[in-house]
Design a protein around this ligand. Structure first.
Ligand code: JCF
Length: 686
């Protein structure tokens, strides 16, 4: 701690250490308290490491309030007890506007005042209350709330929170005991749970549990890795300087001392402003980034607070106005399967209506069959329904011990509930899908739109809106019907002239002459994009050969794995799809046939190309398809086998790796030149 054991420390090193600490502490203050990051994290880390390395060389300069000293090296064998000099109170709750109005009336009456009462309102964070003690500006102790009278000493753990200053800023009071809430923000919570899963450990149920578990660690090294944040909400004790006159001023003092105070805190005049605050915060709730379960109102004037005093363990001068519960219990009556635009079957829970999150809910999403299995859901079960903010209600848990004898298992349909086609779930996929893509009424609009799109059949003038009208007016039910449309039929539609109708029919007729890869892509087979369609066409040469192929034959195609192969097989095996394809061919659609190409003869045969960064002139998929057409393999990562890397805008690590391996790197202009030379540049060749 000081220089009297060892060599004398040169003034300049001590100064340097002081300067680095001040710098780091100032950046933390700006980041956490002012919410105005001053430098990128990398710069903070660089200075932090610089300080660390000087301290290693001059251990006598290390002090407890150095930002390098957040993680202790001592393992605790338990937490010792801390008696709260000033008890940590709980708050009374209001669950309705009426209860709030009654609270405000009680305050006015007790104080005998006619004017509107001035309050301070703040969000009520859903975390853990802690009390932190500073003596002469140094953090000396932190404790949990416990039962309010005494809690546990968690000093080592609280020291690891970067939003908690180890030393106060400016003119520090002789003693400060500050109270506040420790929370785990949503992004950190998600990341932590992901790490837990990766490590084969159980994820935490919610951010509050995760925060509690993190503060209870006997190894502060673990707490240091947990994304915890502290928000101060009151001063319990202050010595050596005068207590401000109002609650708001005390929060401002905390801010000045370097403690983080919630930025939504605001002064409100009377009940109406409190209610407006409540509404505003409720709306912001989903985007705050941390959990809150209501708002807190406090009488602003500390002298009035003192007059009002306490009832049992809660102050009379404050109240928590809770948001409606976001979770309720109800009964699962049935499960229905809905078919989405892309053929995905989604189970929907039909529930005994229940009031949750401020509305009555009778349907909830179950996402997919895996979710049903994971929850071990049965019809008749008592379930937890969660409705957070404006999001779609979902069934989040099952109370298995309340399952009645009459409960029934839930079966996944074998046929599409809309069109009767076979349903299919690819290996490793969570989603069950209807295979009748070309005829299913749930998918017809999407199927027609995709079929007509520029990179598929390229039917000019057949836009989204017109597809809607054609389907809604029952002029078409599937893509084959397009070729039977007459000019009169189209012209009879609203806002359609004779001329544009004729143009559309002409565009439809023109689309009959189509390259096989485009036609295959246009069918909208799951996971068959332009590149795969091209590979299939090159491999098989004709539609007939493709329709006759099976899984075994499909996996022979470069870039077709077992999942895509099974999608292809199921699509072509579905009789409804076969019918639509037959009708397309009968109507005169002629996908051009070509000899299956000998791969050795292609110009880029044997080469492996890698695309990285953003391309401006063509999509990744187009570039990939065109390169494959020339015989190149297109790989996702750079290795010694890579022949060429095309680096677009903002190319990242792949570019670095290519340079490290000495692999040729060119830009998009070069790519376009190669594609154009060989007549496969999608932007010019067609
Ligand atoms: O955010 C909270 N959970 C919170 C709890 C905020 C406050 O201002 C509180 C509190 C508990 C007690 N104030 C008191 C007096």
């Amino acid at each position: 701690m000081n220089a009297d054991h060892g060599w004398p420390v040169s003034e300049s090193v001590a100064d340097q250490v002081r300067r680095l600490r001040e710098q780091l502490s100032d950046w933390s203050y700006r980041y956490y308290v002012l919410d105005e990051p001053a430098v990128p994290d990398a710069e903070y880390d660089r200075i932090f490491r610089a300080l660390q390395s000087i301290e290693e060389q001059h251990p006598e300069l290390v002090s407890a309030d150095s930002p390098t000293q957040r993680v202790g090296d001592r393992l605790l064998d338990g937490f010792s007890e801390v008696t709260h000099e000033v008890p940590m109170l709980s708050l009374d709750n209001a669950f309705s506007d009426e209860e709030l109005v009654a609270f405000d009336r009680r305050i006015s009456e007790r104080l005998g005042i006619q004017d509107t009462v001035i309050y301070v309102a703040e969000p009520k964070l859903d975390g853990l209350a802690v009390s932190i003690l500073y003596k002469d500006g140094q953090l000396v102790r932190a404790a949990t709330r416990g039962d309010g009278a005494s809690g546990e000493d968690i000093t080592a753990n609280i020291r690891t929170l970067r939003s908690v200053p180890l030393g106060l800023r400016g003119q520090a009071p002789a003693l400060l005991e500050v109270r506040g809430e420790v929370v785990m923000p949503h992004d950190g919570f998600e990341a932590l749970n992901e790490r837990q899963r990766q490590a084969g450990q159980k994820p935490f149920a919610n951010p509050r549990n995760a925060a509690a578990g993190s503060l209870r660690q006997l190894d502060s090294g673990i707490t240091a890795q947990r994304p915890l944040e502290f928000y101060a909400y009151s001063i319990a004790r202050l010595e050596g300087q005068a207590m401000p006159a109002t609650h708001l001023a005390s929060l401002q003092l905390l801010r000045d001392l370097g403690l983080r105070v919630n930025s939504l805190v605001c002064r409100c005049h009377g009940v109406d402003e409190l209610l407006a605050f409540y509404q505003r915060v409720q709306q912001q709730r989903p985007t705050l980034g941390y959990d809150i379960d209501g708002v807190v109102y406090k009488v602003d004037d500390l002298a009035l607070q003192q007059k009002l005093g306490f009832v049992s363990r809660a102050p009379r001068w404050a109240i928590a106005h809770k948001f409606p519960a976001q979770e309720e219990l109800t009964i699962l009556r049935d499960v229905e399967w809905q078919v989405g635009r892309t053929g995905a079957l989604t189970p929907v829970a039909r529930l005994e209506p229940v009031f949750v999150g401020g509305v009555t809910v009778s349907n909830a999403t179950l996402h997919n069959a895996d979710e049903i299995e994971r929850l071990d859901l049965h019809i008749g079960d008592t379930v937890v329904v969660l409705r957070a903010g404006d999001v779609i209600p979902k069934v989040s848990a099952v109370l298995a011990d309340r399952r009645p004898e009459s409960a029934r298992a839930i079966t996944i349909p074998v046929a599409c509930p809309v069109c009767g086609s076979e349903v299919f779930r690819a290996e490793g996929e969570a989603v069950t899908r209807c295979t009748g893509g070309l005829i299913c009424a749930a998918q017809q609009k999407e199927a027609v739109r995709h079929f007509a799109s520029r990179r598929a059949m390229d039917i000019e003038g057949l836009g989204e809106r017109l597809v809607d009208v054609l389907v809604d007016e029952k002029l078409i039910a599937n893509v084959a019907d397009l070729y039977r449309l007459s000019i009169e039929q189209v012209a009879s539609l609203e806002r359609m002239g004779e001329k544009s109708a004729a143009n559309l029919i002409e565009a439809i007729q023109r689309s009959k002459q189509v390259a096989l890869p485009r036609f295959l892509f246009a069918l909208g087979i799951r996971e068959v994009g332009e590149a795969t369609a091209l590979a299939l066409a090159n491999h098989f040469g004709s539609l007939q050969a493709i329709m006759a192929a099976d899984d075994q034959a499909f996996v022979q195609v470069a870039d077709v794995g077992p999942v895509v192969a099974s999608h292809l097989q199921h699509f072509f095996a579905e009789p409804h799809n076969q019918q639509v394809i037959s009708r397309l061919l009968e109507a005169g659609v002629t996908p051009s046939e070509s000899e299956p190409q000998k791969p050795e003869t292609l110009p880029l045969h044997g080469q492996t190309w890698v695309l990285t960064g953003t391309l401006e002139q063509l999509t990744r998929d187009q570039a990939k398809a065109a390169l494959q057409q020339l015989g190149a393999k297109v790989a996702g990562s750079v290795s010694a086998k890579t022949s060429m890397v095309i680096a677009g805008e903002a190319a990242g690590s792949k570019l670095d790796k290519a340079q490290a391996l000495g692999i040729a790197v060119e830009d998009e202009t070069y790519l376009i030149k190669v594609l154009t030379e060989h007549g496969v540049y999608p932007g010019s060749a067609e």
